[in-house]
Design a protein around this ligand. Structure first.
Ligand code: ZN
Ligand code: ZN
Length: 164
């Protein structure tokens, strides 16, 4: 997504774009779907406030049961740019060297998407995961190892023997 500062009119400017994992340099496994972006760029003097609304669907692998699942992503974020390299600004203001420049929006969008991925990826909050002994998916069915937690070591040894 590109916005040329020189083409902005004072006040609100609306933009709509569709990007993908390639244009935003995202991992294709997690972001196979199109990414819809609606942006509002508000120009007031030398300050430009850009609000992004971002929609896509991420494909994640559950940390517990290893199944693939989809997660809707619906994000709002605001970035402030100052087209004025000579003045001092707060840390969260992105200084742009000149009006002739394009805004570095793809980098902002990329960071928004990467930061939204949860550290712990769960297909659902109460995912039962895989049995550590026999590997069956405990969301689908309970296995025998689970029925006798006190004997889990014994069962595991028995299963190992049966397998070999
Ligand atoms: Zn799961
Ligand atoms: Zn089991």
């Amino acid at each position: 997504m590109e916005i040329a500062i020189a083409e902005l009119k004072p006040g609100a400017n609306h933009f709509e774009a569709e990007e993908d994992w390639q244009s935003l340099e995202l991992p294709p496994v997690e972001f196979p779907a199109a990414i819809t972006i609606r942006s509002l760029a508000d120009l007031e003097g030398r300050l430009l406030t850009v609000r992004h609304h971002l929609l896509t669907t991420a494909q994640l692998t559950c940390d517990r049961c290893l199944r693939q699942f989809s997660q809707s992503i619906d994000l709002d974020e605001r970035f402030i740019f100052a087209i004025d390299p000579r003045s001092e600004y707060d840390d969260d203001v992105i200084v742009v060297q000149s009006e002739e420049q394009l805004l570095p929006l793809n980098q902002n969008l990329r960071e928004m998407l990467l930061l939204t991925l949860p550290l712990q990826k769960l297909c659902r909050d109460d995912c039962q995961g895989l049995c550590p002994l026999c590997g069956s998916d405990l969301n689908q069915a309970k296995c025998d190892c689970r029925l006798a937690p006190d004997n889990s070591l014994k069962v595991a040894l028995k299963q190992l023997k049966e397998r070999s």
